[in-house]
Design a protein around this ligand. Structure first.
Ligand code: S3P
Length: 184
């Protein structure tokens, strides 16, 4: 098991108890639900917030209005959730690409759920409806992992490996990481 922490957070004292970041297929929403149940708080997911605000699924937003429109919505949804939500927050896989979002994450408890290519493909499924994966799921996930891993690492206070683990095991590892437990 590999856990790493980079020390206590020093940012805002209110806001989500933990923010989960990472690529598609890392299990962010599932793990957010498990953590929320464990702590007796609400889980929130910015993808779901955007879908509710727009009244249509993300796949439709991308196709009909374009990715740029989605990203504008996403920046606003993340800012809103960070300032109002006290439970567990899962961000869409691309949210951290925005510099304003990265600035808002500074000093907060942010856990990067790390996943390798083969587990990500297994979890997402080759028939994924996710718009950024259309055409070549494996190739697209590989490109996104290569490009974004350094960005996830840059915003994370802790990194939790998810490969070969169940969502419950990942949730346990997040709790341990937040407690500052470092295991090699
Ligand atoms: C995206 C990830 C998706 C969703 C959108 C774009 C990305 O969220 O926000 O399809 O850029 O990686 P999940 O990571 O929850 O699947």
């Amino acid at each position: 098991m590999t856990l790493s922490t980079t020390g206590p957070t020093t940012g805002p004292t209110t806001g989500p108890r933990v923010v989960l970041v990472g690529p598609m297929g890392a299990g962010k929403s599932t793990v957010a639900g498990l953590l929320a149940d464990r702590w007796g708080v609400e889980a929130r997911d910015t993808d779901a917030d955007i879908e509710a605000a727009e009244g249509r699924p993300i796949s439709e937003i991308f196709v009909d209005s374009g990715e740029a429109h989605f990203r504008v919505r996403e920046v606003a949804a993340v800012a809103e959730a960070l300032s109002t939500h006290e439970g567990v927050l899962a961000l869409g896989g691309g949210a951290v690409l925005d510099p304003a979002t990265r600035a808002l994450l500074a000093g907060r408890p942010v856990v990067f759920l790390k996943v390798g290519l083969s587990d990500a493909v297994k979890r997402v499924g080759l028939g994924s409806a996710r718009p950024l994966l259309l055409g070549n799921v494996r190739g697209r996930i590989k490109a996104l992992l290569d490009e974004r891993t350094p960005v996830y690492e840059s915003v994370a206070t802790a990194v939790v490996e998810t490969d070969g683990r169940t969502a419950a095991e990942v949730a346990d590892a997040v709790v341990a990481a937040l407690a500052g437990v470092i295991r090699g």
